[in-house]
Design a protein around this ligand. Structure first.
Ligand SMILES: [Zn+2]
Length: 500
């Protein structure tokens, strides 16, 4: 058994290495690569991906997994090795079910579809994109058939991002959360608008960077094992143990985009920096799901970074760096400004109170499309009417509505829900942490984030992908993923800010 396990691990280590090599090239593509390199980079990434896929789905891996499953039956089911075999087997089965020509077909479809989407968005003309979306929907329908039988046609898509979560579970959670969030937004809309002009001034980029570096270092991002670069759409990425990058973007005349993206991406990267070295070069080395990942980024960005205790500590430091900009402001009005709630068309700019609604409407439309309940040509109207129902406004055009995000043009269905689930999980973890560290708010007010960081490291980070998302949340908090804690959090926070 030991020999077979070592053999399996050595193959997996190589597939991981190939994946990390691809990650370096993708990171470079989004940061420093000149435009002229795009075509060649596409070839290189394609080749690396193909070699990694061949290695991972080889008959040898299949045979090793089969033998090891019976030979390791007496291992502690929560041990690293037992989990490694379980997670690898699951991934192996999924990967080997999809025929190679379907993967090639999708790559071709998405190239054409992405180009059409850009044109459609630029010209505000959904009809240019519709035929491509139709083909990708058809591809997704054939894809899910490979994983039958399933309880719901959306399950295999969701499972790619949230292992073992079911559509019915997510729908049940969202059905409870949605009307409560709509209620909060309606209550806020009846209150006077917050003046956030303090944020819309010139904030020199060097000073923004210095402040951001100080903050993310303080919360726990380790620059000795990471670095920060500039990009268009911020992301974080890992190149193996000891190298976890983050990327950010700047706006010189708006305070929010850089700092909150830096905290968000640092949250993702801290999760990966905290994965146990014992799991290095295995499929367990990384976050367990997108929702758990997002729970960490949103926790640091929002529950810490947009909290009053945080700015009680940092506002005076911010004043030192930006004395003129903050001359006529104080910590209370600054805190309110960064938490202003305002229904808006664009998801990525949405505040904490409205964000989940953007996600829910998108997931509902994806499910309707998969179930055949909605025709692609009717999608813009369906988008707008649901948008009005949830957010109280109608997008002024399709470019700011149904065409706003790139994801459908890549045929990506099933993962948007993970963004909202991440918010819910962040509040569940936070509440559980408060039981062990009731003085965390006081600690934050003194610039001390050690209790939070250590607690997350111990409960979440070090385990990597050993446990499924539901399993992990349940083992930490005692309950499955649900929305109660998040709704309470919104009530408390926005109740105070808007005097609801
Ligand atoms: Zn994120």
């Amino acid at each position: 058994m030991k020999e077979k396990l070592e053999k399996l691990k050595s193959i997996l280590a190589e597939t991981q290495d190939l994946g990390f090599a691809g990650a370096v090239l993708s990171w470079d593509q989004e940061t420093y690569m000149p435009n002229g390199g795009a075509e060649a980079r596409g070839h290189i990434l394609g080749t690396l991906g193909k070699i990694a896929h061949q290695k991972f789905t080889s008959d040898e891996v299949g045979k090793l997994l089969e033998d090891l499953e019976s030979e390791t039956a007496d291992l502690d089911p929560d041990s690293d090795d037992a989990r490694l075999i379980k997670v690898t087997k699951r991934e192996f089965e999924k990967n080997t079910k999809v025929p190679g020509d379907m993967i090639v077909e999708k790559a071709n479809l998405t190239t054409a579809s992405n180009m059409a989407w850009r044109e459609a968005r630029e010209n505000n003309d959904f009809s240019l994109f519709a035929p491509h979306l139709e083909k990708l929907l058809d591809w997704n329908k054939r894809y899910v058939e490979l994983f039958g039988p399933y309880d719901h046609i959306y399950d295999p898509l969701l499972d790619d991002y949230e292992p073992n979560m079911k559509t019915a579970e997510v729908k049940a959670i969202f059905d409870i959360v949605r009307p409560k969030q709509v209620e909060i937004i309606e209550a806020i809309a009846a209150k006077p608008e917050i003046d956030d002009s303090v944020l819309h001034q010139k904030y020199p980029i060097d000073a923004q960077t210095a402040m951001g570096n100080e903050i993310i270092t303080a919360i726990g991002y380790d620059f000795n094992r990471g670095r920060m670069d500039t990009t268009h759409h911020p992301f974080s990425t890992t190149f193996g143990y000891g190298d976890n990058r983050i990327t950010v973007r700047y706006e010189e005349d708006f305070f929010n985009p850089f700092l909150f993206a830096a905290m968000h991406e640092a949250g993702h990267a801290m999760y990966e920096q905290g994965v146990s070295k014992d799991l290095e070069r295995t499929p367990l080395f990384g976050g367990t799901s997108l929702a758990i990942h997002e729970s960490q980024s949103r926790l640091w960005e929002n529950m810490v970074g947009r909290s009053k205790p945080f700015w009680d500590w940092y506002y005076p430091k911010l004043q030192e760096r930006f004395p003129n900009q903050l001359e006529n402001s104080d910590v209370n009005s600054f805190y309110k400004a960064i938490n202003k709630v305002e229904p808006s068309y664009i998801r990525v700019e949405a505040d904490e109170a409205t964000y989940n609604l953007h996600i829910m409407l998108r997931m509902e439309l994806e499910i309707d499309m998969m179930e055949g309940k909605i025709d692609i040509k009717d999608l813009p109207d369906a988008w707008n009417s649901r948008f009005e129902e949830y957010l109280g406004i109608v997008p002024d055009n399709d470019a700011n509505g149904v065409l706003q995000d790139v994801h459908w043009s890549f045929g990506l269905y099933g993962y948007f829900s993970t963004y909202a689930l991440g918010n819910l999980v962040s509040a569940q973890l936070w509440n559980r942490m408060l039981k062990d560290h009731p003085n965390v708010e006081e600690e934050i007010r003194a610039g001390n984030f050690t209790s939070i960081f250590n607690w997350m490291s111990e409960k979440v980070y070090r385990h990597g992908a050993k446990f499924d998302p539901q399993e992990l949340v349940k083992s930490i908090t005692g309950s499955n993923i649900d929305g109660d804690a998040y709704i309470q959090y919104l009530h408390k926070k926005f109740g105070d800010i808007y005097e609801l």
